[in-house]
Design a protein around this ligand. Structure first.
Ligand SMILES: Cc1cc2nc3c(=O)[nH]c(=O)nc-3n(C[C@H](O)[C@H](O)[C@H](O)COP(=O)(O)OP(=O)(O)OC[C@H]3O[C@@H](n4cnc5c(N)ncnc54)[C@H](O)[C@@H]3O)c2cc1C
Length: 535
């Protein structure tokens, strides 16, 4: 443990993957950096934990796609142990006994969709091309410091011009698509392309992840694009598993950071950020840990969300009212839960019995658009969905190191689990009932599931808040809705990773370009800190 009088260039609040990326880039530029993490392990929502003896769970996030290629390159993550394994396809069982099974093999997917609708099989190719064009437009924005559209500063105007020119360069069809993506619901957008209900339902699921919106809510079409933007080893929109679980991604980043000289401490919760009153709204000069230790630095970079950073860690009086109003307006509205199971065997789907490649990809309980919308209807009035949308993976079929031989892990991402329950309900008493609803829903398609569960962990939005420090349990440190993206994330006028307090920066998923295992906020914030040279 360093002596309490140690002085650093930058202290990073939180050892999630963005905090670690931030620290690594700063240290590689020669800064003396300390990362302080509250939990016993690193990674935040990208963590692997042995929840039951012998079973290592990606407790929160479970698949990867969005991690920026420049970060993998700059930090040489494969040399530090990062290995991404393929996740092939999405299998959607249907109550009728049929299924929809899309894989990465174009010909097979075309034939499978044609089995449901020939028109959709043709449209699927066109849709893929259109989405690729949309992604080409949006992708450079992910690596860009958001412009401040309210200033006449030529540098900011150039950024707006860059976006305007790119938009102008698109075909008129792509322009219309882009505007529709920004404004429509995922279901309405997909209705324009396809007729097969189960296809639209499964595809629309990407539009609601991490939001408190339904597939028919305007704005969800854009979220769909956010999840389309990934790539694995150059393969467009591919998703994969990290060998060792998503914690292995964070550990590879931590390893790169340590190699660059970063000091990392776990079980080091920060109670307060120290602000000195020698600048307009004060200047950050260090942190106070929960045990009272004070550690000083020229700058503090917070990877926790703005509610925690500005209302819990900063004493009142340092921040302007309009900024604080923005922080209070920022929406979290957690809507997701996770059910992790240790299994004694594999689920046996009625519609495709036995072991097979369909178990090696994602399995999606999203049989119809109406099913998805009804799941949201319950959540709107403060109830978890009795028949939720579930996205399941069995990582042990790809990475045997995660469980004892012959045993498996079933990781279920579930929506909706609203943070705010109806009066009279609370998550501590609803937790296991919610877990039962998830198991019962899966059992409608794979009845043997109940016989093979050895252990079950139910993670509610309240658990995400208590244990992972995610306000209101939002998995992305704040909803990925259009009104809080790009130059509006997290607060209008404060999207460039700075805050009204001098030398206090933000570097987590609550900043541009938002949530997911991307690392982009951590990297962009580091570049801005270095640009200021203050640290
Ligand atoms: C259930 C769930 C499922 C998800 N699934 C996926 C997925 O499959 N794929 C994907 O790409 N993304 C997924 N995500 C989103 C993704 O995991 C997150 O957006 C991302 O990991 C956030 O990284 P971060 O570093 O910005 O923040 P966090 O991971 O939130 O890191 C912040 C860190 O700060 C620490 N901290 C909090 N308070 C303090 C304090 N007082 N002092 C010190 N440290 C503190 C926290 O413990 C945490 O480690 C999921 C998230 C959740 C919760």
């Amino acid at each position: 443990m360093p002596p309490v009088s140690s002085k650093y260039d930058v202290i990073v609040v939180g050892g999630g993957h963005n905090g670690l990326v931030n620290a690594a880039y700063l240290a590689k530029a020669g800064k003396k950096v300390l990362v302080l993490e509250r939990r016993h392990i690193l990674g935040g929502s990208a963590c692997t934990d042995e929840v039951f003896p012998g079973f290592k769970f990606s407790v929160c996030s479970y698949v990867v796609s969005l991690l920026r290629p420049e970060i993998i390159r700059d930090l040489e993550l494969p040399r530090h142990g990062l290995e991404i394994l393929p996740l092939d396809g999405t299998f959607t069982p249907m109550p009728s006994g049929d299924y929809l099974w899309r894989v990465n093999d174009h010909g097979r997917t075309h034939r499978e969709i044609a089995r449901h609708s020939r028109i959709d099989a043709e449209a699927y190719d066109e849709f893929g091309k259109a989405m690729q064009a949309m992604c080409r437009f949006v992708k450079p924005i992910l690596s860009m410091i958001p412009p401040d559209p309210m200033t006449l500063n030529p540098r900011e105007l150039m950024k707006l011009l860059f976006i305007g020119r790119r938009f102008q360069g698109m075909s008129s069809g792509d322009k219309y698509n882009q505007v529709q993506l920004m404004t429509m619901s995922a279901a309405d957008f997909l209705d324009q392309w396809f007729e097969t209900d189960v296809l639209k339902a499964t595809m629309s699921a990407s539009g609601i992840i991490g939001t408190f919106l339904g597939v028919r809510s305007p704005g969800t079409a854009y979220v769909l694009l956010h999840h389309y933007m990934g790539e694995i080893d150059g393969a467009f929109r591919a998703w994969g598993f990290a060998r060792g679980g998503t914690g292995a991604i964070s550990n590879a980043i931590a390893d790169a950071a340590r190699e660059a000289g970063v000091e990392i401490r776990t079980q080091a919760p920060i109670a307060r950020i120290i602000v000195k009153n020698d600048a307009k709204n004060g200047r950050a000069t260090g942190v106070v840990l929960s045990n009272g230790d004070e550690i000083y630095a020229d700058a503090v970079s917070s990877s926790v969300d703005p509610r925690l950073t500005f209302t819990k860690m900063i004493e009142p009086g340092h921040l302007p009212d309009d900024f604080m109003e923005g922080v209070q307006r920022y929406k979290f509205r957690g809507s997701s839960g996770k059910v992790n199971m240790a299994l004694d065997g594999l689920p046996n789907f009625k519609c495709m019995p036995g072991d097979g490649l369909h178990l090696r990809g994602a399995m999606s309980i999203s049989p119809a658009v109406e099913y998805m919308e009804k799941a949201y209807d319950e959540a709107k009035y403060g109830h978890w969905s009795s028949h939720p949308y579930i996205d399941m993976v069995i990582p042990t079929l790809t990475d045997t190191s995660l469980a004892p031989p012959g045993k498996h892990i079933l990781s279920c991402f579930v929506q909706y689990a609203p943070y705010k329950l109806a009066p009279g309900l609370d998550w501590d008493t609803e937790r296991e009932k919610f877990g039962d609803a998830v198991v019962n829903t899966i059992a409608e398609y794979a009845p043997n599931i109940k016989d093979i569960i050895l252990h079950r962990q139910v993670v509610t939005p309240l658990d995400l808040e208590r244990e992972w420090g995610l306000s209101e349990g939002n998995i992305f440190q704040g909803e990925l809705s259009l009104e809080q993206l790009f130059f509006l994330r997290p607060v209008a006028g404060w999207a460039q990773f700075r805050s009204p307090i001098k030398n206090l920066y933000m570097c987590g998923s609550a900043t541009h370009p938002g949530g997911g295992i991307m690392g982009a906020p951590g990297r962009l914030a580091a570049l801005e800190i270095l640009k200021d040279g203050g640290a």
